[in-house]
Design a protein around this ligand. Structure first.
Ligand SMILES: C[S@@+](CC[C@H](N)C(=O)[O-])C[C@H]1O[C@@H](n2cnc3c(N)ncnc32)[C@H](O)[C@@H]1O
Length: 213
C-alpha cells in the first residue's frame, strides 16, 4: 500500500480512488502480486474475475497464462491504464477491464477463478458482501484466491480503514461457504518490502485459496 493522502471527508469512494489514481501517472509496480502468481500458477485456465483490479497487472498475468479475465475496479483511470497495459502486452482480447462499483455489481455467468488482491479501502467498502455475491458464481471445480493484508503497512494510516482486516481464518469464515467448498490454503506469509522511506520492512499477507467441489 502507499502513503496516506488526505481528501475531503465528503467524497465518495469512487471519487477518492479516482483522485488517488489521477494524482500519479502510475500507482502500482506493474508487476503481478507474487503471492497470487504462486497460489494460482498451477490452476487450469478458464474464466477469471479480478476484483479491485487496479492497474491490471494480476489480470494481465492471468491472461498470459491462458485465462480469459475480467478486471473490475471503481476507478475509470485505473481501468483505462489496465486496458492500455493489456494492449501493450498483446493480451487485450483476453484481459478486459470495466469500471464498476463492486458494491452493486453482479457478475454474469459462471466463473472459474475469482481473485482479490489487497482488495481493501479506506473508504466504505462492503468487501465481505461483494466477495460472497461474486463467489456464488464460481463453477464446480473453480477457485477463489484472496491475498490481503493481515495488518496495515506501518507507514499507512491504519485509522482510515473503515473495515477491519481479517486473518486467514476470518477471511474463510466471512464467506460463510457451504460444504461444497474445500479450503486449499488459509495461511499467513511474510513478505520483504521496501517502505516509502526506503527502509526495508516485512509485511504479513493473508493467503486463501478455496475450491468449489
Ligand atoms: C489496494 S488497491 C489493490 C489494487 C490491485 N488489486 C493490486 O493488488 O495492485 C484496491 C483497489 O480496489 C479498488 N476499489 C475500492 N473500492 C472499490 C469498489 N467499491 N468497487 C470496485 N473497486 C474498488 C480501488 O480502486 C483499488 O484499485
Amino acid at each position: 500500500m502507499s502513503p496516506h493522502e488526505s481528501h475531503e471527508p465528503s467524497v465518495t469512494p469512487a471519487e477518492a480512488w479516482e483522485f488517488r489514481y489521477r494524482e500519479q501517472p502510475q500507482r502500482w509496480s506493474g508487476n503481478p502480486n507474487a503471492t497470487l502468481v504462486d497460489v494460482v500458477g498451477d490452476l487450469t485456465p478458464g474464466r477469471a474475475v479480478d476484483l479491485g483490479c487496479g492497474e491490471g497487472a494480476d489480470a494481465i498475468w492471468l491472461a498470459r497464462q491462458g485465462w480469459r479475465v475480467l478486471g473490475v475496479d471503481i476507478s475509470p483511470t485505473a481501468v483505462a491504464r489496465a486496458h492500455a497495459a493489456a494492449v501493450e502486452a498483446g493480451v487485450d482480447e483476453h484481459a478486459v477491464f470495466e469500471a464498476h462499483d463492486l458494491s452493486t455489481w453482479e457478475p454474469e455467468g459462471e466463473i472459474d477463478l475469482v481473485t482479490a488482491s489487497f482488495f481493501h479501502s479506506r473508504e466504505e467498502l462492503p468487501r465481505t458482501e461483494i466477495l460472497r455475491r461474486v463467489v456464488a458464481h464460481v463453477a464446480p471445480g473453480g477457485h477463489v484466491a484472496i491475498v490481503s493484508h493481515l495488518a496495515p503497512p506501518p507507514w499507512s494510516e491504519h485509522a482510515h480503514h473503515d473495515e477491519a482486516l481479517l486473518d486467514a481464518e476470518g477471511e474463510v469464515a466471512a464467506l460463510a461457504l457451504g460444504d461444497d467448498w474445500e479450503i486449499v490454503l488459509a495461511e499467513h506469509r511474510e513478505r520483504s518490502v521496501v517502505a516509502p522511506s526506503g527502509d526495508p520492512g516485512t509485511l504479513v499477507d493473508v493467503v486463501v485459496l478455496l475450491r468449489r467441489k
